[in-house]
Design a protein around this ligand. Sequence first.
Ligand SMILES: *Cc1c(COP(=O)(O)O)cnc(C)c1O
Length: 465
Amino acid sequence: MSPVDIVDDMREVGTAVLETLATHIESVRTGSGDVVSAADIEWVSKRLELRRWVEEGGMTLPELLSFVTTYSDLSASHHHPGYMAHQIAPSDTPGVVADLLQAVTNNIPLVYELAPAAAAVDRAVCRWMLDHLGWAETGTGAMTNGGSLGNLTALLAARSHADATAWRDGNPGDLVVLAPATSHYSVRKAAAVMGLGERGVHPLPTDELGRIDPAGLAPALAAVRAQGRRPIAVVANGCATGTGLYDPVAEVAEFCERNDLWFHLDGAHGAAALISPRLRGRLAGIERADSTVWDGHKMLRTSALCTGVLFREKRYLDTLFKQDASYLYRPESEDVDPGQFTFETSKAPLGLKILLTLAYRGQASLRSYVERQYDLATHLWTLIQDRPDFTAPYRPQSNILCFRYEPWGDRQLELRSRLIQDGRFYLSSFQLAGTPYLRASLMSPTTDHRTLTDLLEAIVEVAAE
Ligand SMILES: *Cc1c(COP(=O)(O)O)cnc(C)c1O
């Protein structure tokens, strides 16, 4: 294909595809259609004619547009008012433009020289995050592909901090991470990847809602030390994925300072509260943590993936990822070559999605979104207080709430499947201390008070069928 073809093609295809996608969002926003398809993979593959496209190619523009529509229809609709399942951002124009810009420029900010604009944007977005953390003066960070990789990166830095020989010589074998059972499973995955094994995560005592019990910290530390193990980090949730509850950040910070322990705060979902003066108190003490992760693709309206992994002290990275790649990195350029601090080699300039969101929508708009969604969960909790047939074990601290339809006892998962089949609502589920719950994660800007009233009615209806 000649360059001229690309230019003409892009104009024609780009305009038509964006128009088709906008029309799709316009329709799902009103609540029409199923939130997510309950069809099986063979049916979906047929509907999309995947074999034909793989084997024959030859797709025309009308067929492309029809594919885009079918693909969208067979995808979970995060703009649908009934979407309440996982913490995935409903797309917004600035993030879409950022993805397009990346698709076209395909610059990779591994080193500054390769992608000057992208590297500058990633650095500016990390600085914006560091500013909210109170780490602007001393700290540093990098954009990475997701909170899971961010947690691994932070724990690798913590390990290097605890034992500088580990990177070169391998895992010494006596290292342990302290984390509550409610921590995200990527923390256990990271421990396993680092060679600590899943058993290298020692569970911290929690209250009945899975929040770290500050009184249990000292005994837990004493217990691992008595086993001759060295703690490399304490991990706390801000907030926990399952319940949306925040661990007592200030108390954990205090304990870590007193015992000279690395404090990693997993803010993948909940760090967004930092941009709201009304909500940021939930993270009071976060400035005393050593590292955190913050996902843009959860509460900052960006597409996946877009995560900041952030450190309070620049010096923490002196021993992280000590790679010998003289063909890439120059020692004097640490501040502008962020690729030195992430596991990935090539990766997209993820910060662009947040930068354009801040630029085009404004931070105030993001703040309103976060506050609105957090308030919606409180509203759902209030509705539940007035009903004898529903219970919720806590007042929510974020946009996530676990609850039960009591007449169905421990059959909440079955109820959830029926609700998905019904098509109007899409919830997730969570086991809290062995008890199954329905779980609402209120991400869609089109979900309102009315939707939540309808949700409870729909549950009663599908239960009665
Ligand atoms: C979502 C989440 C993660 C994982 O982040 P990904 O971006 O999905 O890899 C980690 N921790 C918490 C608390 C989360 O909510």
